[in-house]
Design a protein around this ligand. Structure first.
Ligand code: NAD
Length: 314
């Protein structure tokens, strides 16, 4: 990318605030335009108001950005990405999940004959950048004596029951929204191989439960994934068991903390200074990586395609 990255931002809803806050901290970024048919003007960005449009098509008639960020409702990601890919030469960062189903993923694959989809498409798998996930992955890599991760249990709760139908319109289902975060997070620890449970969606898609098989240090293990919107508060935790050594690790994604213990002994801990809001703590390292010369493979099209297939497996 050039020294000053000209960004076009599509979809000015809840998560856009975090993206734009993090982008505004960066001196290597200029916000060139925003797109959202719900609004009539762009929010202020470093005291200025970039050009604003109702549609990506219209915006890309007037601008040639280096990066288009797509933070629209989940079901629209691929439609908007296809427009950005065909009407510009920009890299495209799409919010997670890249594709809400396998048919949508196939539409991106179909473009590969004419457009450098693999070189240009990145997915904001932001949970893979969360500090406690980073810490846990580092502990696992540095401690082969802990042995393989033999079981993972992860539970993600969001208070979206309070948003009613709006939550389904923006995020599709609890599994579509949280499952992708759980799978991209787990890809930091283990090699996921396949879905092993029959069902995923519960409570009219406001909750989910499923199991996956994975490989860890030559052994096979099981991940049990629970998610739900039937709550008034946000809470996200994962537990990793290392059965051969008796080590257990707890990661609290809400507090961004973690620790590992064996029997009565505390082995390692992770805390933070309490100054960085959770989503900012995800998106700062994500943009550091995206705008570097070697973006983390967890954001690549290849990884997103694999995770999408696991996410939608039957
Ligand atoms: N809210 C979060 O905490 C969060 C975190 C990470 C990722 N995400 C992902 O980001 C995406 C957006 O989530 P959100 O919470 O910001 O949703 P939201 O519903 O608050 O915002 C979506 C915005 O996109 C606009 N929009 C709809 N269609 C559009 C189009 N074709 N072109 C331009 N703008 C369009 C809407 O008017 C709305 O302002 C979702 O896919 C979600 O999974 C959300």
């Amino acid at each position: 990318m050039s020294d000053l990255v000209r960004v076009g931002f599509v979809g000015l809803g809840v998560i856009a605030e975090t993206h734009l806050g993090v982008l505004s901290e960066r001196t290597d970024v200029a916000l060139e335009f925003t797109v959202d048919p719900r609004l009539t003007q762009s929010p202020s960005f470093r005291g200025a108001e970039p050009s604003h449009y109702d549609s990506v098509t219209e915006a890309l008639k007037a601008h040639q950005p280096d990066l288009v960020v797509i933070a629209t409702p989940t079901d629209t990601h691929v439609d908007v990405a296809l427009q950005a890919l065909t009407l510009s030469s920009a890299r495209v960062l799409v919010e997670k999940p890249l594709a809400h189903d396998l048919a949508a993923l196939a539409r991106l694959h179909a473009l590969e004959d004419t457009v450098d989809v693999r070189g240009r498409v990145f997915t904001a798998h932001h949970f893979a950048f969360s500090p406690e996930v980073d810490w846990a992955a580092q502990q696992i890599a540095e401690r082969p004596e802990w042995g393989p991760v033999t079981r993972i249990t992860s539970a993600f709760y969001d208070p979206y029951v309070l948003r009613g139908e709006q939550a389904f319109a923006s995020y599709n289902s609890s599994w579509t929204d949280s499952g992708i975060n759980q799978l991209s997070m787990l890809s930091r620890f283990v090699d996921l191989t396949q879905l092993t449970s029959a069902s995923r969606q519960l409570d009219q898609s406001a909750s989910s439960w499923c199991t996956y098989e994975y490989r860890s240090r030559g052994a096979m293990g099981t991940a049990r994934l629970r998610s739900s919107w039937l709550t008034g508060s946000s809470s996200k935790e994962s537990h990793l068991a290392f059965g051969e050594s008796g080590v257990e690790m707890w990661i609290d994604h809400t507090a961004m903390t973690g620790f590992a213990a064996r029997e009565n002994d505390l082995l390692v801990t992770h805390g933070n200074d309490g100054l960085t809001p959770r989503k900012v703590a995800h998106y700062r390292p994500l943009y550091d990586s995206l705008l570097s010369s070697e973006p983390d493979p967890v954001m690549s099209f290849a990884t997103a395609a694999t995770i999408t297939e696991l996410h939608n497996a039957r």
